[in-house]
Design a protein around this ligand. Structure first.
Ligand code: FAD
Length: 429
């Protein structure tokens, strides 16, 4: 008789703490007395894929994801389990496993965008029972006071609705699942993921963003200890400085820490250190992230078309020469060039810098906004499909911006946020 297993399909949640999918998978495994198998798939075909001639996955993201998966495997091993990392697409990995196991359920996070939705549908179409849950959101779908097709049209409306709904608060973070009693089952005929990355964290990176849950927890504890949260709102628009914003984005994007934990711990911080606009503002920004996660589900494939969810005309110009100057930081607009050098070297740039370079590409170079979004996708260490494409569509005026797009005065912005030019001196060649 083939052994029965419950598979936890790891997508973008490389952590053990506060992980509803992991907890659900182990709960079902225990209740049914079956094996529990954590599986992550890093298919080379998808990794090699191109979008507008650019790789879908770049060196910064790949470094961080492979560190995160290695850390997850180590953590699972210390809890008596293991992580199988396959070089196949999930549906092929599952089919291979099914030859020697009986897969009872596949548990994973609710798909956040079109490709993830199609991947889940494909697994279901092969006859597997897929159970999805809201893993990386603040709110569960059932908690939202509206259906997805009635998602408020702007962030402000969304925020007001969720902030005003009595009793609507993120669930308390879950304790780590008890894994020892779930017996791990070896993966049959593994197509192991063997790709190695010799790329290491750039020495010019201001914050040591190493993948993995422990490093996420250590960074967040350090940020709270430094009491940086108390001045977050005043400093978050700065271009540089290790404590000017939380720098949590890579750990959030790869699911090394949960937004619910950060939310809950800002409330504890307020009780201990006093609340102010800044301590609230980090939760405000997490609501932006939340909004874009539901927005990308609501608008699905339209988020990726030139006319965006709003179906509005936008430049279709994909002039290679102008695009090249932007990518390589040679536009002659020094704040844009500095920020692009930072992005290329480290995989990160501040929120303000992201807005400025996006505004430049769309409104000064008059290029198709999707070129910029795709380039960010290939470079960002914290690439997150909903936040990236949502923010680009917003600035291009084809997304949820009530003002129909954001044009920034780059000289004013540079003077205001880099008055002594230290950021530009640091990054311009
Ligand atoms: C064109 C453009 C593309 C972007 N692409 C991404 C992306 O791929 N991945 C990503 O995580 N963020 C993206 N952002 C949002 C934002 O710029 C980054 O989350 C932020 O700069 C990361 O730094 P931090 O962690 O120090 O942010 P903080 O200011 O400390 O914010 C805390 C957290 O809140 C969330 N957050 C903050 N601002 C936003 C926002 N505008 N939209 C959504 N979430 C937000 C992030 O998870 C962030 O880590 C993009 C913004 C723009 C303008």
């Amino acid at each position: 008789m083939k052994p029965e297993v419950v598979i936890w399909l790891v997508r973008d949640t490389c952590r053990l703490n506060d992980n509803p999918a992991l907890n659900l998978a182990t709960k079902i495994a225990k209740e049914r007395g079956v094996y529990f198998v954590p599986l992550a798939c890093l298919e080379p075909r998808r990794w090699a894929d191109q979008q507008f001639g650019m790789p879908r996955i770049g060196k910064h993201w790949a470094r961080f994801r492979s560190e995160s998966l290695r850390a997850l495997r180590d953590d699972l091993l210390t809890h008596g389990s293991d992580l199988w990392v396959s070089a196949e697409e999930p549906v092929y990995a599952l089919d291979r496993a099914q030859q020697s196991m009986n897969i009872v359920h596949v548990v994973c996070d609710r798909p956040v965008a079109t490709e993830e939705r199609l991947e889940t549908a494909r697994i279901e179409a092969e006859g597997y029972s897929v159970i999805t849950c809201d893993v990386d959101e603040l709110f569960r779908f059932e908690q939202l006071p509206f259906e997805l097709d009635e998602l408020p049209a702007t962030f402000s409306k969304f925020r007001k609705v969720v902030e005003k709904k009595p009793g609507l608060v993120p669930d308390a973070p879950l304790k780590i699942a008890e894994l020892a009693s779930c017996i791990a089952q070896p993966w049959p005929d593994p197509v192991e993921w063997t790709e190695t990355f010799d790329y290491v964290l750039s020495p010019k990176t201001e914050v040591r963003t190493l993948g993995g849950e422990r490093s996420a927890q250590a960074h967040w504890a350090e940020y709270l200890d430094a009491k940086a949260l108390s001045h977050y709102k005043e400093t978050r628009n700065a271009f540089c400085g290790p404590m000017q914003s939380s720098h949590l984005s890579a750990w959030l994007a790869h699911g090394c820490i949960s937004a619910r934990q950060i939310w809950a711990e800002t409330l504890i911080y307020e009780a201990q250190n006093g609340a102010n606009d800044s301590t609230y503002w980090l939760r405000f920004e997490l609501l932006w992230r939340e909004y874009f996660r539901w927005y990308s589900r609501a608008f699905d494939w339209t988020l990726f078309r030139r006319k965006g969810p709003n179906d509005l005309e936008q430049s279709s110009d994909q002039n290679a020469r102008r695009f090249e100057t932007w990518k390589t930081g040679q536009t002659n607009c020094d704040i844009v060039d500095a920020a692009m050098h930072e992005l290329n070297e480290t995989g990160w740039m501040s929120n303000r810098a992201r807005q400025l370079v996006a505004s430049h590409l769309i409104y000064e170079l008059n290029l198709d906004w999707r070129l910029g979004a795709s380039y960010f996708e290939s470079q960002l260490v914290d690439f997150d499909v909903a936040s990236n494409w949502g923010n680009w569509a917003y600035i291009a005026g084809v997304g949820p911006d009530p003002r129909g797009g954001r044009i920034f005065n780059l000289n004013d912005q540079a003077d205001r946020y880099d008055p002594d030019q230290s950021y530009r001196r640091r990054w311009l060649p």
